[in-house]
Design a protein around this ligand. Structure first.
Ligand SMILES: Nc1nc2c(ncn2[C@@H]2O[C@H](COP(=O)(O)OP(=O)(O)OP(=O)(O)O)[C@@H](O)[C@H]2O)c(=O)[nH]1
Ligand SMILES: [Mg+2]
Length: 439
């Protein structure tokens, strides 16, 4: 596959002043020569007329040549910067294919950069995060990951772990007393430090992932509690139908917005109750399905009524209880000591406190995340943390050193999955298929 030369339009679909077609691979120069004749020297732009195999003019384009390994992919690369008309760019791609290239799949340029050791896996993922960034803070975090800020810390942890493994595995044949000394005197404190560093990195990665991947908040609760009113208030638009008839909302209504640069997905749902009405029942079933997909279930309660019990949550989900209609209950709006928030969705009191509570749940109240990350990285970090906890427990309990050694090895492997994984085709496929074509 890597022996093939790939071509794709690198600029977004639609018309643009300039459109870039990128060619990468061993035959990149031959393919480009077939289109435009003599190539300019590397890294020097030159204007060329592009023609197809029949000599038909395709476009006038600036041609830029990068000789591997000094290119984004690490291979020979040619960039053709033509006029950004989709038909012209498509014509260039077609002619390049006739000259020996093939169309690139999603993320294939970045995948090659990874396979050619230009980037590690976390950096390659940051390329996609940078392209997809919906705010400056998300772009800054993705750029930091691309520059290796996250990878460097993962690698440092992996190296500390390796040292520990060397020490433990080198002592597997020692006597019990030596082991005792080793465990208590040296290894345990160092393991403790690694666990603390890992936990801190996981916290930062969680915030980085949150900023990139966003938060889904599902508004749930009894009919008439004011969910649709709250959705409209948070969106600043009259989107959802609001009436005093319980059971107004049937279909879940999704609205995306940005909260301090973090994508925030709000979902208004049908009020939860037993009902004979077939349509409403389907609405309620959909509410429960949406609640399963939530990062945060915002349970809206009527502050004038007895509070209902909290809904059942899946592991990892967070609950935010919000008491609405404080204008009617006469109680003060704002954050409460039990973590809930009292608001008046109709008039807007307490909404800032509610947004603060959401910021806190998203971990956005602290400083900006130092780098971007993904759910996949968090999983790897928490797998590593679990293995380290088991290793510490084994050392503490003076169990056989083999057990601690195996757990440390497992933690090491888990960390390696963040930056590596070249051996795992499925993983690479899953990661790069989410890229856009041309990246
Ligand atoms: N006084 C007062 N009335 C409110 C407030 N919020 C909502 N309401 C009223 O409560 C009624 C129900 O509001 P909705 O937003 O439709 O409630 P819902 O939770 O979406 O209801 P369903 O869609 O039926 O589940 C409407 O008459 C709203 O005007 C509030 O803060 N104060
Ligand atoms: Mg509603």
């Amino acid at each position: 596959m890597r022996g093939e030369t790939i071509v794709a339009i690198a600029t977004p679909g639609g018309r643009g002043a300039v459109g870039v077609v990128r060619i990468s691979g061993p035959a990149a120069f031959a393919v480009a020569t077939a289109l435009c004749g003599k190539l300019p020297p590397p890294r020097q732009a030159a204007l060329r007329s592009l023609r197809d195999a029949d000599g038909e003019p395709l476009d006038e384009a600036l041609v830029l040549v990068f000789t591997g390994p000094h290119s984004f992919t690490g291979e020979d690369v040619v960039e053709l910067q033509g006029h950004g008309a989709p038909v012209l760019m498509e014509g260039i791609v077609k002619a390049a294919c006739e000259a020996g290239a093939r169309r690139a799949g999603p993320g294939e340029f970045t995948q090659r950069a990874y396979l050619n050791d230009k980037l590690d896996l976390a950096q390659a993922e940051a390329v996609a995060d940078l392209v997809a960034a919906s705010s400056l803070s998300a772009a800054r975090a993705a750029r930091a990951s691309l520059a290796g800020v996250f990878s460097t810390q993962v690698t440092a942890l992996a190296e500390a772990l390796l040292d520990l493994r060397v020490q433990i595995e080198g002592s597997l044949d020692f006597s019990d007393e030596d082991v005792d000394w080793l465990a208590r005197g040296e290894v345990l404190p160092r393991l403790h430090t690694v666990r603390e560093d890992l936990e801190q990195l996981r916290g930062e990665a969680a915030r980085g992932a949150r900023l990139a991947e966003g938060l889904t908040v599902v508004l749930a609760g009894a009919p008439n509690s004011g969910k649709s009113t709250l959705l409209n208030r948070l969106c600043g638009e009259d989107l959802a139908i609001v009436t005093d008839v319980p059971g107004t909302t049937r279909d879940p209504l999704v609205h995306d917005l940005l909260l301090d640069g973090m994508p925030l997905r709000l979902v208004d749902t049908a009020g939860l109750r037993e009902t004979e009405d077939r349509v409403e029942r389907e609405g309620v079933a959909r509410s429960y399905r949406r609640m399963q997909e939530a990062d945060v279930v915002l349970q809206l309660l009527d502050d004038t009524a007895e509070p209902e019990p909290p809904p059942e949550l899946a592991p990892g989900q967070q609950l935010l209880r919000v008491r609405n209609k404080c204008d009617l209950s006469g109680r003060p709006a704002g954050a409460r000591t039990d973590g809930s928030v009292r608001i008046c969705a109709r008039d807007g009191q307490g909404i800032e406190a509610l947004l603060d509570a959401i910021r806190a749940l998203a971990g956005l109240q602290q400083s900006e995340p130092p780098f971007s990350a993904r759910a996949r990285h968090l999983q790897a970090l928490s797998d590593a943390g679990t293995a380290l906890a088991r290793a510490a427990a084994a050392l503490d309990a003076r169990e056989d050193l083999d057990i601690a050694a195996a757990e440390l090895a497992a933690a090491h492997t888990a960390l390696g999955r963040i930056t590596g994984g070249a051996d795992n085709e499925d993983l690479l496929g899953a990661i790069f298929s989410r890229f856009c074509i041309g990246k």
